[in-house]
Design a protein. Structure first.
Length: 283
């Protein structure tokens, strides 16, 4: 498998470990190209018995996956081809998370930078995540766009950190640092930034070196929860809010004020919160 087979991913292999580096500048938005590459990679690896662990990181030290591409507000049909491939009962964004969550390999996220919205959902769908202290951040920002998460976050977070904290994350729409994410159970561990590579690489190598059958047996025993009903509720909630005029207004306002630029993404919560407050005052 060569890295140039994917437009937005760098892929390499080493002794049972597939290393996937996300490289979709300027800030790694989850657009059609990145989602297509991730789906194709995961699908290709499903039947690959020589791959035991998949480690995801980013070519950009500041951003893992920023969030779903907000400019898709002007291209509502852009995901139609991918949506046609989604299993019944799942929208296109939930389908990506479920590919990750049900992957036969062990999936590990090495989180050095920021992951919001669909990027945070990807992190939460993985089997494990390790976050760099001082640089990593996780957040579900959708409420500041007048919507709710629609790619699995409501279900993954409730399952992982509990309903009370899931509501805090979804409705508070803040950015959570590595230590807080660890305390909540959102990530496995907060790690010193200069130790992140060593910690994840050692774990990946140890898992990849296990005897045949151990990984499959462990993943069968520690099976993902059945969230089918919750995904339908989440999609209905997301779609109903997305259809409201406020969502389009806030998303377009975000783009006009710096969302998806490097400067704007550094404090995206602050940028969107100002727009949301202004919109509420006008209403």
């Amino acid at each position: 498998m060569h890295h140039d087979a994917y437009a937005t991913l760098r892929v390499s292999r080493e002794a049972g470990i597939v290393r996937v580096t996300i490289d979709n500048p300027p800030v790694n938005v989850l657009d059609v190209a990145l989602m297509t590459d991730l789906r194709r990679l995961l699908t290709t690896l499903r039947d690959d018995d020589t791959a035991r662990v998949i480690v995801f990181d980013s070519a950009d030290p500041d951003f893992f996956i920023a969030h779903v591409d907000m400019s898709l507000v002007d291209a509502p049909d852009a995901f139609d081809d991918l949506a046609a491939e989604a299993p019944d009962g799942l929208n296109v964004f939930q389908a990506l998370g479920e590919l990750v969550r049900h992957q036969p390999q062990v999936t590990i996220v090495k989180l050095a930078g920021l992951a919001r919205g669909g990027g945070a959902e990807f992190v939460t769908a993985a089997d494990m995540a390790f976050a760099a202290i001082g640089t990593a951040g996780l957040g579900q920002i959708e409420a500041l766009m007048g919507i709710v998460p629609g790619g699995g976050a409501t279900q993954y977070l409730t399952d992982r950190i509990g309903r009370n904290r899931a509501l805090e994350v979804v409705l508070g729409a803040d950015l959570y640092d590595a230590r807080t994410a660890e305390r909540y159970g959102w990530v496995n561990r907060a790690v010193a930034a200069d130790e992140l590579d060593d910690v994840v690489d050692r774990l990946a190598r140890d898992i990849a070196a296990l005897p045949d059958g151990v990984i499959a047996a462990a993943k069968q025993a520690v099976a993902p929860a059945d969230l089918a009903g919750g995904f339908l509720r989440e999609h209905d909630a997301w779609a109903s809010q997305f259809a409201r005029p406020a969502a389009e207004q806030l998303i377009r306002g975000g783009l006009a004020n710096g969302a998806q630029t490097r400067d704007g993404e550094r404090d995206l919560e602050g940028l969107l919160r100002k727009l949301a407050v202004a919109s509420a005052n006008r209403g």
